[in-house]
Design a protein around this ligand. Structure first.
Ligand code: ADP
Ligand code: MG
Length: 259
């Protein structure tokens, strides 16, 4: 269900890397809004600025110019308390490469954000059990990352990004390292999370299978958003997937390496 009002507003975001004689314009004026409860996808080829965009929203990097507003408030103007609250509780970041710590078990990895953000232990344990059950990782909680499959690692990483019950989930190519079956399982879980608990998700990906789970998709290339695709009311995911493929073929100029 989509409620009224904008949750997140991205306004004319620009990000340059490097110095004057060797500048990469990773984001070249990106603007869009996210409504509460949306599952928004951003699709683009490798190097189009997707990770840079998520990192700006997550305050991992500073944009060169432009603003990100959360409930009408500029996140770059947050004081340290508001910033810690934003990073720790409002957003959950699902990294492309899992970013699990090798010397911690699955359980310890998942609970790590809570020890940093000092959450209630009893509540955390209950939440962990619920998440592990939902993500089907209960059996591997005592294993170390090296003992897990890619799909299991990604779902442990998903549990970690969700343990603090963030309002907004930022996901960077969450299916990038997964086989088809694990990818579909994870996407169904994310979709379930979005529908059941009204969690807002912003996912970047170049995978049409993954983005076909989104309610809306923005297309990005060379740091600019150039198209939007909405899943129609009652449209099947298969049909939406076909429309995404058609767009990719159209914009990709017929190359094998479309978006
Ligand atoms: P994507 O996630 O879509 O693959 P990125 O946001 O990672 O794209 O990168 C966008 C562009 O910015 C690319 O040209 C990339 O090489 C460049 N880039 C990304 N991170 C850095 C960095 N830390 N320093 C310099 N250039 C970077
Ligand atoms: Mg990336």
């Amino acid at each position: 269900m989509i409620r009224q009002g904008k949750l997140l507003e991205v306004q004319d975001l620009q990000k340059n890397y490097g110095k004057s004689n060797n500048i990469t314009k990773a984001l070249n004026g990106v603007s869009f809004d996210i409504l509460p409860g949306e599952f928004l996808g951003i699709m683009g080829p490798s190097g189009s600025g997707k990770t840079t965009l998520l990192n700006c929203i997550a305050t991992i990097i500073k944009p060169t110019s432009g603003r990100v507003l959360l409930n009408n408030k500029n996140i770059s103007a947050f004081d340290s308390t508001a910033l810690a609250e934003y990073r720790g509780r409002r957003i959950g970041y699902l990294f492309q490469d899992f970013a699990l710590l090798d010397n911690l078990t699955g359980r310890e990895n998942i609970l790590l954000p809570l020890s940093i953000h000092r959450m209630d232990v009893v509540k955390a344990r209950a939440k962990l059990d619920e998440l592990a059950n939902f993500l089907e990782i209960t059996d591997i909680l005592n294993k170390f990352p090296s003992q897990m499959s890619g799909g299991q690692k990604q779902r442990v990483a998903a549990a970690r990004s969700l343990i603090a019950e963030p309002e907004i989930i930022l996901a960077d190519e969450p299916t990038g390292a997964l086989d088809t079956r694990s990818a579909k399982l994870l996407m169904n879980k994310l979709k379930g999370m979005n529908e059941a608990s009204d969690r807002t998700i912003l996912m970047v990906s170049h995978d049409p299978n993954a983005t076909s789970f989104c309610s809306r998709i923005l297309f990005i290339q060379d740091g600019v958003i150039f198209h939007e695709l909405r899943r129609k009311y009652d449209e099947s995911r298969e049909n939406y997937y076909e429309r995404i493929l058609q767009l990719m073929a159209q914009f990709g100029g017929g190359s094998a390496n479309v978006l």
